[in-house]
Design a protein around this ligand. Structure first.
Ligand code: DQA
Length: 151
C-alpha cells in the first residue's frame, strides 16, 4: 500500500442518499459511494477511510484526529459548506490538503448554496457530477499529493 492515507468525510443528510431528493442527488446510496471510492483507492494505491456525520462537532473532532495520520481529505460538507466557520478553522488548523466535492452543482442552485466557506482553504472544488464528483476529487487529491512528493 502507498504512503498516503486519505479520509473521505460526508456531512449532514448524506446518509439519506438514495432516498433524499433523487432528482437532485441521484439514486446511489452512501454505502455504494464508499465502495466505489474503495475500488478507486485500490487503483490509485492509497488507503482510504470514510466517515459520515450529521454533527458539526463530530466532523471537527475527526479532522483534529486526522492530524499526523491522514495526508489528504475529500470532503462533501453538505449544508455545513454554506455555514460552518468551525469546519474551515479545523481544516486550516490541521493543514491537511483538502478537496471539496458536491454531488449537485451548487452554483446552479439556490443563492444560499453559492457561497462555500471551505473553498478558500481547499485545493479545489468539484461540483455537479454526482458520484463522479467524489471519484474526480479523489483522483485530483492523489495527483496533488504525488506531485508534491515528486517535487
Ligand atoms: C451538497 C450540496 C449542499 O448544498 C447540500 O446542503 C447538501 C449536498 C451536494 O453534494 O450537492 O447536503 O453538498
Amino acid at each position: 500500500m502507498s504512503q498516503f492515507n486519505i479520509l473521505v468525510l460526508h456531512g449532514p443528510n448524506l446518509n439519506l442518499l438514495g432516498l433524499r431528493e433523487p432528482e437532485i442527488y441521484g439514486s446511489v446510496t452512501l454505502t455504494q459511494i464508499n465502495s466505489i471510492l474503495q475500488e478507486e483507492s485500490k487503483r490509485l494505491q492509497v488507503s482510504l477511510s470514510c466517515l459520515q456525520s450529521n454533527h458539526e462537532g463530530v466532523l471537527v473532532d475527526v479532522i483534529h484526529q486526522a492530524m499526523d495520520k491522514i495526508q489528504g481529505i475529500v470532503i462533501n460538507p453538505g449544508a455545513y459548506n454554506h455555514t460552518s466557520v468551525a469546519i474551515i478553522d479545523a481544516l486550516a488548523g490541521v493543514k491537511i490538503p483538502t478537496v471539496e466535492v458536491h454531488l449537485s452543482n451548487i452554483h446552479r442552485r439556490e443563492e444560499f448554496r453559492h457561497h462555500s466557506y471551505i473553498a478558500p482553504i481547499a485545493i479545489g472544488q468539484i461540483s455537479g457530477f454526482g458520484v463522479n464528483s467524489y471519484i474526480l476529487g479523489l483522483q485530483a487529491l492523489v495527483n496533488h499529493l504525488n506531485e508534491a512528493v515528486n517535487h
